[in-house]
Design a protein around this ligand. Structure first.
Ligand code: NAD
Length: 499
């Protein structure tokens, strides 16, 4: 139980941040500011500048000049690793502070934030290793007079646009890999969650990252984000967010043919076979629905369950959903956090209405909960859903689970793959043959067997189909931010062409 003596308190007034360019804080008091109210409490907690396009141009110039100077792009992997390891230690030192602001800006439960910040440090540690092992290839099979090399070099300046739902961990799934590759970065956090990105900039500077390698420009996506996608001096755009904005930035990136790495939405199937451990599966499905209040790209929002166990499974889910702890997000026991904005809450509830109008049945939830002045939605289960309904096709991004039944494995696969998204999928079965067969056929970039939303830095993440392109994390996550160069070297005297 919570020890009330240790309970965290809300700030008495909003904390003011600047934006961060060339190793320094700028802009407090000299820009229009945006104010963030805590989704879990409804009171103002932070303020950050709404930067201008000129601020962005300046940051991109700094990042470009820094890249060209070689202070980061030309140093050894060992030196980069040293900074990344110090940054990991810096994150662990400031874990409580980062978790506090992250909870206040996102509405996540504090316990989840603490886990995520600790997990983030692990990404910097892992990427430090990759910085040292990154290498190319040699071709010693080109005959006596020729040797071939394939080298990797950093691409250049990266524009990094991140969403509000995992501000710090998504940053950690990108920055250390980009830095390990030797790139420089201009980041734009979501307008409602800038703080942990700004703290990370300070940590990196303190860890010894040269000024100008990592820069943060805060502000509106429609202004700063759009200008980043269009920018002639940004070489790569790493965008994580919604499918609609993803399409827009892809088109805007065409101006200078910049490389795009897109991590977009999902409508992720949880396929439950009758031979699964149903207690485990129900627990996993409830977690996959409620984690981050369902505001999670890999949320297991589409339950595809074998009809012979559907009734029993529904009962288990309703029992478990009722036990999920809603509460003040600053309390360590709280499991289900708040909804990010009023508009988003209205959108989630309107999806539930649409589902009911389409013929789905409400097994539980579908309503708001009044807690600590914040906005919350109770875990919601819609049954009798068919895969053609809006609630089965679109990303709801809330704690809402749509339940569909199937008779055969082929039918389960057809339902699972009949969607524009292909981000993640979970399979629940104790039959190894079935697990492997299903995994092979499912169209998704991140997959789990008998678990969900698990993993760390080692494995790559990214989507199939309209869930995006490119891969982050793992060795792949560093390679993504390198250019590959082929080098042919002739040995000895040239055979003359001109005789
Ligand atoms: P969003 O698309 O509204 O915003 C994402 C970012 O884009 C924000 O920083 C925003 O300011 C910026 N932006 C807005 N308009 C822009 C424009 N015209 N040009 C450039 N940038 C612009 O997404 P969101 O609501 O913040 O996040 C939720 C979405 O992100 C969901 O769809 C979710 O599935 C997706 N997501 C995907 C992953 C993944 O790894 N695949 C991870 C987390 C979230």
């Amino acid at each position: 139980m919570t020890d009330r003596k240790d309970a965290l308190k809300l700030p008495t007034q909003p904390k003011v941040f600047g934006f961060y360019v060339d190793g320094k804080n700028h802009g407090q008091g000299h820009r229009e500011m945006s104010e963030r109210k805590s989704p879990g409490h409804g009171v103002p907690v932070t303020r950050a500048p709404l930067c201008t396009k000129e601020d962005l141009d300046n940051a991109v110039n700094v990042a470009k000049n820094t890249f060209q100077s070689g202070v980061w792009s030309n140093i050894s992997g060992a030196e980069r690793a040293d900074v990344l390891l110090k940054a990991a230690a810096g994150i662990r030192d400031r874990l409580e502070e980062i978790a506090y602001w992250e909870t206040l800006e996102t509405g996540k439960p504090i316990s989840q934030c603490r886990d995520e910040i600790g997990g983030a440090a692990g990404h910097y540690e892992y990427a430090a290793g990759v910085a040292r092992t990154l290498h190319g290839e040699t071709f010693n099979n080109l005959g006596d007079k020729m040797i071939g090399l394939v080298t990797r070099q950093p691409i250049g300046v990266i524009g990094l646009i991140t969403p509000w739902n995992f501000p710090f961990i998504i940053l950690a799934e990108r920055i250390p890999y980009m830095l390990a590759a030797g790139c420089t970065i201009v980041a734009k956090p979501a307008e409602v969650t800038p703080t942990s990105t700004l703290i990370m900039a300070e940590i990196l500077t303190q860890a010894g990252l040269p000024n100008g390698v990592f820069n943060v420009v805060t502000g509106l996506g429609s202004v700063i984000g759009q200008a980043m996608a269009e920018h002639e001096n940004i070489d790569v755009l790493s965008f994580t967010g919604s499918i609609d904005v993803g399409r827009r930035v892809l088109l805007a990136s065409a101006g200078n043919f910049k490389k795009t790495c897109l991590e977009l939405g999902g409508k992720n199937p949880q396929i439950v076979f009758a031979d699964a451990d149903l207690e485990d599966a129900a627990d996993g499905v409830v977690f996959g629905t409620c984690f981050n209040a369902g505001q999670c790209c890999v949320s297991g929002s589409r339950l595809i369950v074998e009809s012979s166990i559907a009734e029993e499974f529904e009962k288990l889910l309703v029992e478990k959903f009722a036990k999920v702890r809603l509460g003040d997000v600053l309390e360590p026991d709280t499991q289900l956090g708040a909804i990010v904005t009023d508009e988003h809450q209205a959108k989630i509830l309107s999806y539930v209405d649409t589902g009911l109008k389409e013929g789905a049945k409400l097994a539980c939830g579908g309503e708001v909960a009044e807690i600590a002045g914040g906005r919350f939605i109770r875990p919601t289960l819609l049954t009798k859903v068919t895969n053609d309904m809006v609630v089965a096709r679109e990303e709801i991004f809330g704690p809402v689970l749509a339940m569909i039944t199937f008779e055969t494995l082929d039918e389960a696969m057809e339902i699972a793959n009949d969607n524009i998204f292909g981000l993640a999928a979970s399979i629940w079965t104790k039959n190894i043959d079935k697990a492997v067969a299903t995994m092979r056929r499912v169209e998704a970039g991140r997959t789990w067997v008998n678990t969900t939303i698990a993993g760390g830095p080692e494995l790559p993440i990214g989507g199939f189909k309209q869930s995006g392109s490119g891969r982050e994390t793992g060795v792949y996550g560093v390679e993504e931010y390198t250019e590959v160069k082929s080098i042919h070297i002739e040995i000895g005297k040239r055979d003359p062409w001109v005789n």
